[in-house]
Design a binder for this molecule. Structure first.
Ligand SMILES: [Fe+2]
Ligand SMILES: [Fe+2]
Length: 174
């Protein structure tokens, strides 16, 4: 059976920076699932399709909210208080979001157009796109884990954190 780990309960939104970190761990679980599906894509096609639907559902909901948290709630509040080097780092993160989203869209489109069961060519393209997504996203998460909390802790006021918390809840309909 293809191992799909279920997500742990969503960590509290009361601590926005910790929530980002917890979300990274959940994203990494889905990336691992995408990799694990590759070798089984053809001979366990139905199971693989169900697993992929679950992963895509996660990225389209929680993953999209996570990116919006960073781009709409955190980055703009950092803007006035970071060094030029840090600003470049944030610009790079934003660019990585765009690249990762583009590869994700290609992967999703590819999966949507695959034969059932998938052909050898379908499988090869799937493995290539999944590997590309995993590579860029894992590096991106590593970069964020390393520097994001440091920048957030230094620059954000309690009022900022209150506002971010509120926005994150609204984004999730809470
Ligand atoms: Fe990010
Ligand atoms: Fe992130």
């Amino acid at each position: 059976m293809i191992n799909i780990r279920t997500a742990p309960p969503s960590s509290s939104l009361e601590s926005p920076v910790d929530h980002l970190n917890a979300c990274h761990r959940r994203i990494e679980e889905r990336l691992l699932t995408l990799e694990r599906i590759g070798p089984h894509l053809r001979e366990r096609a139905e199971e693989a399709r169900a697993a992929l639907q679950a992963v895509f559902w996660f990225f389209d909901s929680s993953g999209a909210n996570h990116t919006a948290d960073e781009e709409e709630s955190f980055f703009p509040r950092f803007a006035a208080r970071v060094s030029p080097e840090e600003q470049q780092f944030l610009n790079d993160l934003q660019m990585e979001h765009t690249k990762a989203e583009s590869i994700y869209d290609q992967l999703k489109t590819h999966v949507g157009g695959m034969a059932m069961p998938p052909t050898e060519s379908d499988q090869a393209i799937y493995i290539e796109l999944a590997a590309a997504l995993c590579a860029i996203y894992r590096q991106h998460i590593q970069n964020e884990d390393l520097r994001f909390p440091v920048i957030a802790n230094r620059t954000l006021t309690n009022d900022d954190l209150d506002a971010i918390r509120q926005e994150m809840k609204q984004r999730r309909g809470l």
